[in-house]
Design a protein around this ligand. Sequence first.
Ligand SMILES: *Cc1c(COP(=O)(O)O)cnc(C)c1O
Length: 378
Amino acid sequence: MKTGVNQLTTHHPTVAVIDLQAYRENIGRLKSLAKNSEFMAVIKTNAYGHGIVKMGMEAIQAGAQRLGVTSVEEGLLLRKNKITVPIHILSAVMPERAADIVAQNLTASISSKKLAAAISGEAVKQNRPAPVHLKINTGLHRFGIPPGEAVEFCAEVYDLPGLYWEGIYTHFSSADDGEWRKTEKEFNSFKETVSRLNKHGFYFPVQHVGGSTITIERPDMHLDMVRPGIALFGYPPDARQNDLIDLKPVMTLKTKVLLLKELPVNTPIGYGGSYVTPANEKIAIIPIGHGDGYQRTFSNNGEMLIRGQRVDIIGTISLDQTIVNVTHIPDVREGDEVIIIGRQKGDEIHAREVAGWANTIVDEVLASLLERIKRVYV
Ligand SMILES: *Cc1c(COP(=O)(O)O)cnc(C)c1O
């Protein structure tokens, strides 16, 4: 018998419907922009909320040669599900994870001597060479070796036994913002670093720098591999890219009207009574809340679609419920479909619009949606 959250949500009306055909087409379009480079599908953070295992398998079917994640756990989960392509851990990890990384043939990003030594030690112990990629920091200042220290770093770690230095990469700080001068500076710094390393005898066959934005806008920076993430799911990182590629949102987040109520004028609604009915109003209770990752900042500040019409979120969003104003929809019924993100009858609530309500980006809106929202693949 199933236990826990999944059992509880089996009959819950709130679901994220994942359109696999749209996903495959998005991958096809992105791939056709980078025909001469390898294609890594970045499916970190539960595939930006879409479900990592399914999206990993489908990405490979659609032609991705590699997968990118950010935690060892995600990598192990993919291996457990019989995915055999190279899986890259695109973040710093604790050296204690070296045993699992080597045993499951995950490709670590190296930016510390400790991790390099730990992986080398495990590779020798397990008698299994470990592919690694050197991470250079060109401006994001998250992790990675500063360009000026790269030669010295390699002098210490490159010849450690058991390591196969397959690649070298960086991740830009400001490409999504279209700051090309800064990005070109980072790119040049990366290229110079690679040449300098080559001169000292340190070689890295696979060089890569670009996520979705670079894949879409800068073919001159594709190098040996591209690494798009959010674009796979139908969202270019910035709206300016809509003209350059036709991508389709993969997720529709929907539910049903749980309950309808008529309230008289001057009725405070929800915790704290942050909304007070200015007239007699009809409200609908919608079964999604900030406990699902539907952010509390949407309180009195967002919309959904019912019967093709926009309805305002009123009052404070609670853990499991949101209230909307349906006064202007006379024929609304309990059980009606509610679109939270997606299309209904010619109107669309785009994840980018939702992100705007919270002054955030699409990535956060999607990746925030928790596991208890059932993913339905069609
Ligand atoms: C997240 C990430 C990507 C993908 O970025 P998108 O902007 O979502 O395409 C690529 N590379 C690295 C190193 C990342 O961390």
